[in-house]
Ligand binder design. Structure first.
Ligand code: R5P
Length: 301
């Protein structure tokens, strides 16, 4: 039996990819603004006793979160047996502690909110730094899709003699996993951040890598300043122009323009957030994780 999957606005390509298989069927619904800006929701598909999936990546999340809550609770009122969330990008994960007195620990708050309205969540490489795993903040089952195998496959196919570069300690998890799968070396740089737009990368001795193509890999490109500072440092060390890879192409404000001025060889990302840099398709892996979650929580479905 196929599972109904509903695309929140902007997630149509994601859902089309999943609905191309026999396991998922695109659900008909209306989700549009009323004249006053509030959200009009109406499910046309019959969801009684069904597992229903809402697909919504959660970059720029504040408005999307309320829509999701409205949609999830409506599905439940209409008799859906289970309501799942496919959110390829999970928001607020970098706000994982109060960095100043009185600051919100938004990662935990968003996890509580989503746990209250959904029966399970599938996402791609959430930013896990000071929070060890999603299970420590979510009260519902979660599944995490790892982007590393698909990125490694792309690198293996497209780049001769790569070296993976993680711009900071947190990125080591991706740099190491991708390097292992792509059979190439990796290095991790030391980053100091003193504000959204203020990033410094310590110079590193990389002489022995000058004949390799540096592939800078990070989970998120937001302001782009991490990648810009890393590219500049690599250039100072005499390495060729870097290929910049992100799992999640958030690209806040002027990131794309400012990065382009520095002259990367190429910038590319996975399709967890729709962006011109999307090259690596994670929809098959997302579909597998969703099916695994459905089998675990709704075995008779
Ligand atoms: C931080 O720890 C993350 O892994 C990324 O390095 C960071 O979010 C990138 O942000 P930006 O593009 O704003 O430098």
């Amino acid at each position: 039996m196929s599972t109904l999957i509903f695309a929140l606005p902007g997630n149509e390509t994601l859902v089309d990819g999943l609905a191309a298989t026999k396991d998922f069927q695109r659900g008909d619904w209306i989700c549009c603004p009323f004249a006053d800006g509030e959200t009009h929701l109406r499910f046309l598909a019959d969801v009684q006793d069904q597992v229903a999936v809402l697909a919504c990546t959660l970059d720029r999340p504040d408005e999307k979160l309320l829509r999701l809550v409205l949609a999830a609770d409506t599905l439940r009122e209409l008799g859906a047996r289970q309501v799942l969330l496919l959110a390829p990008y999970l928001p607020y994960m970098r706000q994982d502690r109060a960095f100043a007195a009185g600051e919100a620990v938004s990662a935990r708050i968003v996890a509580r909110l989503l746990s209250a309205h959904f029966d399970g969540v599938v996402t791609v490489d959430p930013h896990l730094h000071r929070i060890a795993s999603l299970d420590s903040i979510y009260d519902i089952p979660t599944r995490v899709v790892a982007a590393a195998p698909a990125i490694a496959e792309w690198i293996g196919r497209e780049i001769a003699r790569p070296v993976l570069i993680g711009p900071d300690a947190e990125s080591e998890q991706w740099a190491a996993a991708i390097a292992r799968a792509a059979h190439c070396p990796y290095r991790v740089l030391e980053k100091h951040r003193s504000g959204d737009y203020d990033v410094r990368i310590e110079p590193a001795q990389l002489d022995e890598l000058r004949d390799r193509t540096p592939v800078l890999v990070d989970d998120i490109i937001a302001t782009g300043r991490t990648q810009i500072a890393a590219m500049a440092m690599l250039r100072q060390q005499g390495l060729p122009s870097a290929i910049c890879v992100a799992v999640h192409a958030v690209f806040a404000v002027d990131a794309a323009d400012v990065m382009a001025q520095v002259g990367p060889e190429r910038v590319l990302s996975c399709n967890t957030i729709v962006h011109a840099s999307n090259v690596i398709d994670l929809r098959p892996a997302m579909a597998e994780s969703l099916l695994d979650l459905i089998r675990a929580i709704a075995p008779m479905h």
